[in-house]
Design a binder for this molecule. Structure first.
Ligand code: UDP
Length: 242
């Protein structure tokens, strides 16, 4: 069941349930894509109907962090919890490794996807990474053809939002993958270029603060969190949500 938050549908799932759904989508065989909305997505979607449509066209829409779960709570429609895209990706790779599924990594600066591939293959024994490409390309059809030629089952598309979502919706079907997953800066984390918050911070829902302390220039982007909460409260008061 999807919960609508400021016009964007979010699947109300635990991480385990999200993984089961993703596995079913891969097995089903047609093309689907996964989005991982955070407050910045919700703010952008409000002003950008094309982005909102693409988000709502996803086969799976995961609450990437506490900003989205707080907004849901304020709306009186609490979610089971957050499902950070990067945790979902890690579990999906374990499932892929066990089943011999093929993964393509798309995104980040030149060399990062290849480095992530090496580390991920070591971390998930048996994982087949069938190709990698940086995220600074001009020729999208050529990149889609490269993914198709690699016979990938799943692609991680890490171009930042909204570029990755628009790319998945437009070019995803051409890639031949069954599942494309939009994962923002995850390849930088997998490659060890960017450090993720320690687990204690993640458990407390403070990952955003850790990231802000590491990268203070993100303050403008992170200011979207309180804006989304105020919007959610406004919708609640106006009775727009059941
Ligand atoms: N990126 C890319 N192509 C672009 C723009 C960005 O591959 O044209 C990559 C960028 O190198 C980074 C990721 O997309 O690895 C976006 O990271 P960001 O931290 O902005 O994403 P978030 O995790 O916050 O969504």
């Amino acid at each position: 069941m999807k919960v609508e938050i400021l016009g964007v549908g979010i699947d109300n799932l635990t991480l385990d349930e999200a993984l089961d759904r993703a596995a079913a989508l891969v097995e089903e065989g047609s093309f689907h894509y996964v989005v991982t909305p955070n407050p910045e997505f919700l703010q952008r979607a409000k002003a950008d109907p094309a982005f909102r449509r693409v988000l709502n066209g996803a086969g799976l829409s995961l609450a990437d962090g506490v900003g989205v779960t707080y907004a849901a709570k304020i709306l009186g429609r609490p979610l089971k919890g957050k499902v950070p895209g990067i945790d979902f990706a890690a579990r999906l790779m374990d499932w892929m490794a066990a089943g011999g599924r093929r993964l393509f990594l798309l995104g980040a600066k030149p060399g990062v996807a290849e480095q992530a591939a090496r580390l991920l293959q070591a971390a998930h024994p048996g994982l087949i990474i069938c190709g990698a490409h940086d995220g600074y390309f001009q020729d999208s059809p050529a990149v889609a053809a490269e993914i198709r030629a690699a016979r990938a089952d799943v692609a991680f598309v890490c171009l930042g939002a909204p570029k990755q979502e628009l790319w998945m919706a437009q070019y995803g079907p051409e890639t031949g993958v069954k599942l494309a997953v939009g994962l923002g800066g995850s390849l930088d984390v997998f490659a060890g270029v960017v450090e993720r918050a320690p687990e204690g911070w993640q458990r407390m829902g403070m990952e955003w603060l850790y990231r802000l302390l590491k990268e203070p220039r993100r303050i403008g982007r992170m200011a979207k969190l309180p804006l989304v909460l105020v919007d959610a409260a406004g919708d609640r008061i106006r009775g727009r949500q059941p």
